[in-house]
Design a protein around this ligand. Structure first.
Ligand SMILES: [Zn+2]
Length: 467
């Protein structure tokens, strides 16, 4: 059996790993899109590094676009197999992939205008919203904890990685003539412990080979327990003391719901000032509806709290904004308020408009609650650039920029280690560190080695390794 590392190598987007069994079955682990690399991104996404029609199965760890985003493209180019994932992942993909298709169409439209001005022929979007809807027909969902033999040689078991609703570690058991010969675990993305909504990352069966993420392989996060207190402090400082707007750019899925639930809890405890909270992201609203359907992913405290507050994502001061007109109307508000809007890295979506409209106001606070890749608008604001370009116009940065990374969707390196420590390290033959910048991977490699894990490697892009 061999594995090829086809994406998310030395970076955190574009996850794609290809397993080829002894009998030649090709099993793809994730089919993620590269994001945030400007013009280069499109070419990188179109060059998969394999022939889609040769892939037999796709095992999807979770719904985030950097793991699922190229599924419609894969299908358009000849993939006829099945996509296996958990039920919540399938439901999130049903909104995320069409949204990505819509973005591809809009971006291509803008790009083609520029090409037309240069007398160049138009290009096609990598896929359309319609392609994305059609791709959902290829999905089959398998719940957590149910071993499923999807081909003669390999069975899969999804275990909860505590990262996003439905997010799973993919555990594979490889058999030859009925005998188990290898166990492989691909962690997908791993979440933090002690979150408010989702379960902790769960222990997974002993593996011989590990493929682990390392987004925060060299960093630690502030304790999650203090996150709400810190959030409340920032809300009061911005909205009560400075009388300004608090803009929270947030990933539409996961982070947005955590922010909404945190504010809901503060409201229930009568701690939240009397200000309006706007969730201005149609995708986040649809995702919140999906959260309500998948209580199997909730932790015990969250389930318990549902008895007292059946709507953990709603309170009287919270307003969901769907239409563009209502979104534009927020610009006219002068009173302090909180606006939660996507995207998290501030590169796209309605939040970009809110930032453009408020970044030159010193009363505003922009609060990042998740990772921002280098070169994104989010990263530029956070590193303290004095001016930034938004929609082709320069803006002075007068707003305050703050971070609250306790809400990170990714475990820090100590939490990642805790997650991996459900394993007997002496039984692991090889560990591959993926999904992290190289500095992060290198630090995590030496940390794992110091914990007794042997044969830890940082595979290179498109490297093929025999297992
Ligand atoms: Zn993810």
């Amino acid at each position: 059996m061999k594995i090829s590392f086809l994406g998310a190598i030395g970076e955190v987007t574009g996850s794609k790993f290809l397993l080829t069994t002894k009998k030649g079955q090709k099993i793809l682990l994730d089919c993620g899109m590269y994001q945030g690399k400007g013009l280069e991104t499109d070419a990188m996404n179109r060059d998969l590094g394999f022939e889609p029609s040769e892939i037999d199965f796709l095992l999807l760890s979770h719904a985030h676009i950097d793991h699922s985003g190229l599924i419609p493209y894969l299908i358009n180019n000849g993939f006829e197999g099945t996509v296996f994932c958990t039920p919540a992942t399938r439901d999130l993909c049903s909104i995320l992939l069409p949204d990505a298709g819509k973005i591809q169409e809009a971006d291509t439209h803008t790009f083609n205008k520029k090409r037309s001005a240069q007398n160049l022929p138009p290009v096609e979007p990598i896929y359309t919203q319609k392609d994305a809807f059609l791709s959902l027909n290829s999905f089959v969902s398998i719940p957590y904890g149910k071993e499923f033999k999807f081909c003669d040689e390999v069975s899969l078991l999804f275990t909860d990685a505590g990262h996003v609703l439905g997010g799973a570690a993919v555990n594979l058991t490889v058999r030859e003539e009925g005998e188990v010969i290898k166990r492989i675990c691909y962690t997908g993305d791993v979440g933090r412990y002690n979150k408010r909504i989702l379960k902790d990352p769960q222990a997974f069966p002993q593996a011989d080979y590990l493929i682990t993420e390392s987004t925060y392989g060299n960093r630690t996060h502030a304790p999650i327990e203090n996150a709400e207190i810190e959030l409340l402090r920032i809300v009061k400082e911005t909205c009560v003391v400075n009388r300004g707007k608090l803009i929270i750019p947030s990933f539409a899925i996961g982070r947005a719901q955590e922010m909404i639930y945190a504010l809901d809890r503060l409201h229930n405890m009568h701690l939240l000032p009397e200000i309006n909270v706007f969730v201005d992201s149609p995708l986040a609203i649809s995702a919140t509806d999906i959260f309500r359907l998948h209580t199997e992913c909730f932790n015990d405290e969250m389930l318990e709290s549902l008895r007292n507050d059946p709507d953990p994502f709603g309170f009287d001061k919270l307003h969901y904004i769907r239409t563009i007109d209502a979104s534009k109307h927020l610009n006219t508000l002068v009173k302090p308020c909180i606006i939660i809007s996507a995207s998290g890295m501030m590169e796209a979506g309605r939040v970009k408009h809110h930032i453009a409209n408020n970044i030159e106001n010193k009363r505003t606070t922009i609060l990042a609650v998740g990772y921002c890749s280098p070169n994104t608008l989010g990263a530029k604001i956070l590193r303290g650039d004095k001016s930034v370009s938004i929609f082709g116009r320069k803006y002075k940065v007068r707003a305050q920029a703050k971070t609250l990374f306790s809400y990170s969707g990714h475990a820090d390196y100590l939490e990642l280690t805790k997650f991996l420590e459900c394993q007997d390290f002496s039984k692991i033959k090889q560990t591959f560190i993926v999904h992290g910048e190289d500095e992060s991977r290198a630090f995590f490699k030496s940390h794992l080695e110091s914990k007794g894990l042997q044969n830890v490697c940082m595979p290179e892009f498109r490297e093929v390794v025999e297992l």
